[in-house]
Design a binder for this molecule. Sequence first.
Ligand code: OSB
Ligand code: MG
Length: 364
Amino acid sequence: MRRIGLPLVSPFRTSASGVDSRDVLLVRVITPEAEGWGECAAMNEPLYSPEYTEGAHAVVREHLVPRLLQQPDVEATEVEPRLAPVKGHLMAKAAVESAVLDAELRAAGLPLATYLGATTGAVAVGVSVGLTPSVGQLITAVENYVAEGYQRVKLKIESGWDVGPVAAVRRQFPDLALQVDANEAYTLADSSHLADLDEFNLVMIEQPLAADDLPAHAELARRLRTPICLDESITSARVARQAIELGATAIVNIKPGRVGGYLEAHRVHDVCRESGVPVWCGGMLETGIGRAANLALAALPGFTLPGDISASRRYFARDVTAPFELLPGGRLAVPSGPGIGVEVDEEVLTEVTTGVERLRPAPS
Ligand code: OSB
Ligand code: MG
């Protein structure tokens, strides 16, 4: 387990949280055959969901790794069942499973994208723009991203920062694929106000209401023309199926950490695809490790909308892998090497590391 501190190039603010430097937990699995890396999606503070970096670190150390090491060998598909007695902590579990999966695939010489069933070598990506101090600064930020080649922009919204800023951006960029993300900032009492967003031809509104209230999202969906997309609410393939059946979500944001790993993320994708519900890959301001794996997932055929998987420079001046650069058409290449397909730069890693802990199996 390793903790790294990576300053963001610009602070990222949502209705729920604000962060200017990422405190990231990395898991590195060392086996005789290969090494594997997993990045924990948890943020510095428990403001997006109950998990946070320090808590995830404790859970991995105290509860997950000891259970994993109760038996001498492990395959990626056995990680989830072995950790299932531990309730919740899906981001911590995902980091462990991802590291085991990466090691296993590197040992087999198989790219994660191939293993998951990728059908493309490059995926369309967008950019998520946090709350800004002024509408002028928002317009400038969007202008810069559009100039870099992004073809889809997501704006964070909250009460008092919604219709005005969205109208201003839409006026400047009439043809841009534009969507908004509320991170649970509203209630059903805001539905007529949210309906004022309908005129801006948004691709979707993401997570307008409380994560645990699927029926309220279904009711809101009946009151809006803008499609609803759930993020925080979708914690498993089972919940995804229920949300779709209830009419609570027309589009699904898939974040592997939020659902417990890439294997469950794959199952969420399958459930949505069977129901004709488009999906896209969400982001948690990942380093190159999480970004590489997310690109592999986003190459599955149901990912028909651009993901929150921006180029590395949108997040960090220096990353722990080679930077991902935007391709023409606002796309990123899917890594093609074994496992997650990228190498960790040990020199940078050492410089940004704030702590390392080694856990070993008990001698047999
Ligand atoms: O709700 O999608 C979100 C970042 C941190 C926590 C929650 C969210 C986000 C983002 C960032 O929107 C997307 C990205 O990584 O580019
Ligand atoms: Mg979101």
